[in-house]
Design a protein around this ligand. Sequence first.
Ligand SMILES: *[C@@H]1O[C@H](CO)[C@@H](O)[C@H](O)[C@H]1NC(C)=O
Ligand SMILES: *[C@@H]1O[C@H](CO)[C@@H](O)[C@H](O)[C@H]1NC(C)=O
Ligand SMILES: *[C@@H]1O[C@H](CO)[C@@H](O)[C@H](O)[C@H]1NC(C)=O
Ligand SMILES: *[C@@H]1O[C@H](CO)[C@@H](O)[C@H](O)[C@H]1NC(C)=O
Length: 329
Amino acid sequence: MIDSSSCPAPGCCSTPMDFLACLCILQLLYLASSGVAAQAATSPARALDAMLQDYAYRAFVRPHTGIVYSATVPPNLTGVAVSAVRLRSGSLRRKGFAHFLEFAVPTGIVVQPYVERVVLVYHNLGNWSHYYYPLPGYTYLSPVLGLLVYDAANLSAVGLQELSIVASGSPISISFSNVRSVPADGPAPRCVWFDLDGVPQFRDLEASNVCSTFRQGHFAIVVNSSEIAPGPLPPGTITPPIPTQGVHSKGSSKGWKIAVGVVGGVIALVLSALLVVCLARYKRDRKLEVMERNAEAGETLRMAQVGRSQAPVALGTRTQPVIESEYVA
Ligand SMILES: *[C@@H]1O[C@H](CO)[C@@H](O)[C@H](O)[C@H]1NC(C)=O
Ligand SMILES: *[C@@H]1O[C@H](CO)[C@@H](O)[C@H](O)[C@H]1NC(C)=O
Ligand SMILES: *[C@@H]1O[C@H](CO)[C@@H](O)[C@H](O)[C@H]1NC(C)=O
Ligand SMILES: *[C@@H]1O[C@H](CO)[C@@H](O)[C@H](O)[C@H]1NC(C)=O
């Protein structure tokens, strides 16, 4: 860590000391802003994806292709279920995988970039759904289920990136098993799909408990809770499981982090510009200094013997004098 007392305020950078101070402060601010930016970049949901990929792969002890293995999750994630299956991508494309828990994967799945074998990882976030995927204004009627696809080349790999998949024919369908019911006169339940960036998109249900998708991500059935969340609930309606206070504070803390990241970035940018100016000024001042010193000492030209007298000679002669006879030979 840089001792901040050794960093005086950035002013005019005409001396090497000031120049160093500029560098010093710039580095301090850059470190601070990049730290915040890195924090803002990894959402809890993405950190969870990475953790669950690790636990899913640990379930593969001498794995058979096409067999679904369920993983063991750590005690601090009790309530989350994870399963995984390893498949050849050619077989996945030709045959699909019809019974991957709630997911029915049809034929025609294209995996990019191409790998020989893939691992499909299933998440059921259970009572953690609204913690990792807060959705203000909506109530979850089902847990959030995830389907993510990874390269199977190294089953001890950690921190893998998801592959990209597209259902080129019919969509992947998700048949939720325990969907809570809502009063018929209330708002209609909808499907929500979170892509890997956590951006929600809403779709209509295919059937009372079925959603469909052409891509991987996380899925759930939700209902607009703006009418049922406030006030006492009539008997028979579901209790909104979203602790709205937690959701709001989480959302705003995320926004706050991003805001700090952006401000930090702008500060870093301004300081970079300042550094460039400082550098230019420092170089110019050095040049002036050298020129002044030379002026004081008097321009000493190299003297050379020309014939019988001494004459000044410029250092960079344009054409070297040659004796003509050298050309001829
Ligand atoms: C759960 O514990 C593991 C270590 O066992 C830790 O890496 C992880 O961050 C914890 N997760 C949560 C959600 O607290
Ligand atoms: C989910 O339930 C388990 C126990 O079944 C509990 O340990 C955990 O804290 C719960 N998670 C949340 C987010 O409430
Ligand atoms: C929920 O429904 C209400 C009333 O129909 C509407 O005003 C509100 O925008 C909806 N909320 C969301 C998040 O779509
Ligand atoms: C597999 O991944 C682990 C963990 O990242 C790494 O240590 C190991 O070298 C990898 N093995 C191969 C064959 O790439």
